[in-house]
Design a binder for this molecule. Structure first.
Ligand code: GZL
Length: 356
């Protein structure tokens, strides 16, 4: 009898251990919500201030879609850093899997990023950059804004040379993007690089905040103050639209014939057909392209991170330069040669295999 009792006890203990471990397994299985089949991504966008921004939002939404396995929580920062910081903190409380931040300006996000890190949530910075020292983020994908600016100023220099324009007569005004944003800081650096290298006259710099309305206001003031101005360095297309309105309403002419009194407009983005048509007309002489299509890159980065594959800390999108004519065919920016994409005249149709 004793042996049987002992054996029974052993069997019960074994059964209990089995049940406990399998229950735990079942508990662990239940602790992961059954509907958690999507990767949740909290995206804090700058706002909706420009065509570029709307294209960027569209790219992110179509890439981070449910069909692609994502649950996207989109928050519009309305160009206010306080709203974006609040969004990051909300995402942390919601326990999202990833945070994507398009920062309105470089400084001021470090604390919120530290909080996301402490919560174990990877942060991907897109488009504009945050200040890098002690700003913990997993990786960045966006543009090299200084390079964008250098490309445009090198185009202006090459154009002036090709047209026989004395560069000492270039009187430039700068309509700036949002102060403190890396797009504004970088493109502004590009301009100052050209002013110094080619001895241009930089008459003034005022903030247009990337919007058409403010771009027009700034240009109206410039026209009243600087009758000698003949070049406008505009840090995005929507401000350029406002600049062109202001110039034409003032009775001056927008164009590329500076020697005859035209005001030559330079810009950035090149996203909308409106902007490209203005280049064809010569009302915008040159656009430094700014690529808004970050969605697929962010989706690929998230997939790599989930699969524990390495991702580049900083990755930059490829961008070109659009111009109103092919008078300048190539430029050299920071030691790299770039072909100019001529929008002005339709080139001969591409050679096809039949008539090669
Ligand atoms: C650039 C982006 C800028 C665009 C503007 O990557 O941050 O912000 O040039 C947009 O059109 O408003």
């Amino acid at each position: 009898m004793k042996v049987t009792a002992k054996l029974t006890k052993i069997v019960i203990c074994i059964l209990m251990i089995f049940c406990l471990t399998s229950c735990n397994k079942r508990d662990q299985a239940v602790s992961v919500p059954a509907d958690n089949k999507y990767i949740t991504v909290g995206f804090s966008q700058v706002g909706a201030e420009s065509d570029w921004r709307r294209a960027n939002t569209e790219s992110m939404k179509s890439a981070l879609s449910r069909e692609n396995g994502f649950e996207l929580i989109y928050m519009d920062g309305q160009q206010k850093q306080t709203k974006q910081i609040m969004s990051v903190r909300t995402f942390i409380q919601q326990g999202v899997d990833f945070i994507v931040l398009a920062p309105v300006r470089e400084d001021g996000f470090s604390t919120a990023l530290q909080e996301a890190k402490a919560a174990g949530i990877p942060v991907i910075i897109v488009d504009r950059m945050v200040e890098t020292e002690n700003s913990p983020f997993t990786c960045f994908v966006g543009s090299d804004f200084r390079l964008e600016g250098v490309k445009v100023v090198e185009w202006l220099h090459a154009y002036a040379e090709a047209e026989g324009i004395d560069e000492g007569t270039l009187n430039i005004v700068n309509v700036q993007g949002t102060v403190g944003s890396s797009a504004q800081l970088g493109r502004g650096d590009g301009l100052l690089y050209g002013v110094e290298k080619y001895n241009w006259n930089l008459l003034d710099q005022q903030v247009g905040d990337y919007t058409q309305t403010k771009g027009k206001e700034v240009m109206e003031a410039f026209l009243n103050t600087y009758p000698e101005l003949n070049v406008v360095y505009c840090e995005n297309d929507n401000m350029a639209f406002g600049v062109i309105e202001a110039i034409e309403e003032s009775g001056r002419k927008v164009g590329t014939d500076i020697k005859s009194g035209d005001i030559l407009v330079l810009s950035f983005d090149g996203v909308s057909e409106t902007a490209k048509n203005l280049v064809k007309e010569g009302k915008i002489a040159c656009i430094g392209e700014c690529n808004p299509h970050h969605g697929p890159r962010v989706s690929a980065i998230i997939t790599s991170l989930i699969e524990n594959r390495n991702v580049e800390k900083l990755s930059y999108v490829d961008e070109s330069v659009f111009a109103f004519s092919d008078i300048v065919k190539k430029i050299n920016a920071d030691g790299q040669v770039y072909d100019i994409v001529n929008l002005g005249e339709q080139k001969a149709p591409e050679q096809t295999s039949e008539n090669e």
